[in-house]
Design a protein around this ligand. Sequence first.
Ligand code: HEM
Length: 342
Amino acid sequence: MSFSDGERHTRRRRLVAKAFTRRRVEELSALIADNANRLLDAMAAGGEAELISGFTTPLPLNVMTTFLGVPFADQGAFQRWLDLMVSVDPADVADIPVGVTAMIEYIAALIAEKRAQLGDDLISALIQLSDEDGGLGGSEVLAMVFELMTGAYETTKNLLSNGILALIEHPGQLAALRADPGLTGPAVEEMLRFESPTTSTLWRFPREDVVIGGRRIPAGDPVLPLLGAANRDPRVFADPNRFDLFRPNLKHVAFGSGPHTCPGAAIPRLEARIALPLLLARLGDLRLAVDRGQVRYRRTFMARALNAVPIAFRAATQDIAGTPAASREAAKSAAAVSSPKW
Ligand code: HEM
């Protein structure tokens, strides 16, 4: 999808849109809530935890691999391959092509397995839909699965990590969100604007000469539009460096714009709208466990990605069923704001 245009591109997007059925998405809501609760159970016990390894990594990893139909036991390998893909750490240079090749080989084998016995997962749906639509062969499905996985993981992880950190750093906004779960939807949009999970789109190549900001860009020259900068454009957003859950008519470009705009945008929105109220209900008095200066960003390409976020909190009490009543209430109100637009 990312590297095609015109009819081929439209066809691939159509296949993906068809595979994301309403039923699949509804099932995703339950999967997100179950996973979030399981992770919070483990985290809440301690009173202190590391947000990224404890919550914001395993949640999108598990949701997306389960959605696709990747066996649970292989999630760790996927995590390593996906981390390598955005690394610019010199220590990883030799491992990156090895990881990419391993991931491609893994997905190819998984597709062959699913093709032999179709299941009720997204990969099986893509195989069927691609065949019905005059399938362009196994490599098309392989490329789509590869792209869905790489598109889904790092980005959603960053949305959750950066957004929760922004809330911790703005206690007034955090308190407003705790007081009114109806603010969850707007909060997720402001999280996407304020700390855009992916800082740029992929490369663009103008078809004709264009002039932007008084500078001529010749046809064919590579351009890397910076979404993070656009989302803090003072001509569009008043006081753009202020984190503000009450911005009216917030229209950011965190998911890009135009024909290549993110086809999966509803998934991270759903994930954040369900996970955030659950997390806030379980972890009271949420704060950093270290000085802000110790919270660093990873050296990555295209991603606004934190290294580690040690947090401290007061765990909410559990009810008899082992699920905090407050969490269930929060899940209900998240569901009310989480009707995805496909
Ligand atoms: C917070 C999470 C996410 C963010 C911020 C995000 C952001 C983006 C952006 C900015 C683009 C456009 C890139 C460009 O124009 O070159 C894009 C494209 C894409 N995204 Fe996402 N994305 C997220 C989650 C997801 C998820 C969950 C999926 C899969 C289910 C996904 C799949 C894709 C795919 C396949 C494309 C390529 C579309 C095309 O070229 O037509 N993304 N995403």
